[in-house]
Ligand binder design. Structure first.
Ligand SMILES: [Cu+2]
Length: 160
């Protein structure tokens, strides 16, 4: 009777230990990840022109962070921009302090008509389907280099 009870108990104990180990690993991953980038893309543009990249930045950390820069080989200069309506005209300008805050446990969306990463003076055409590398720099989280897909931007080609 005792032995019959012991085996299930041991199995339960083993399962509990496994679960604890897994939970520990997940916590570590989350702490390391900091900012997670998703849905990243850039709009098509001819060589010599300008383009922009859009994405969602998730901050999984318990502390505020910020996107403070970006770099790539495809153009001569990169700036963090915002687009705003001024007297019924869409205007874009560099973000104050070149800093886009990402609140703790929150997210910020870079999208057409809003915040974006601006690529000025393209050294090469950006054709739909092509990819290029973009490195993002954060105030706290480690820098990340991402592969960005170029997409068509139907009907909004003149906006950023
Ligand atoms: Cu812009």
């Amino acid at each position: 009777m005792r032995i019959r009870l012991l085996l299930p108990l041991l199995l339960l104990l083993a399962a509990a230990l496994l679960l604890t180990a897994c939970a520990g690993a997940t916590d570590t991953d989350t702490a390391t990840a900091g900012v997670v980038v998703s849905e990243i893309w850039a709009r098509q543009a001819p060589a010599g022109g300008n383009s922009a990249a859009y994405m969602i930045l998730h901050n999984h950390g318990a502390a505020d962070d910020a996107l403070i820069g970006a770099s790539t080989d495809i153009c001569h200069s990169v700036e963090l921009h915002e687009t705003q309506m001024e007297n019924d005209v869409m205007k874009m300008r560099p973000v104050a302090g070149q800093r886009i805050p990402i609140p703790a446990n929150g997210q910020v969306e870079l999208q057409p008509g809003g915040l974006h990463i601006m690529f000025m003076g393209l050294k090469q055409p950006l054709e739909p389907g092509a990819r290029f590398d973009l490195t993002l720099t954060f105030a706290n989280a480690p820098a990340q280099t991402l592969s960005v897909e170029v997409r068509e931007m139907s009907g909004m080609s003149s906006m950023h």
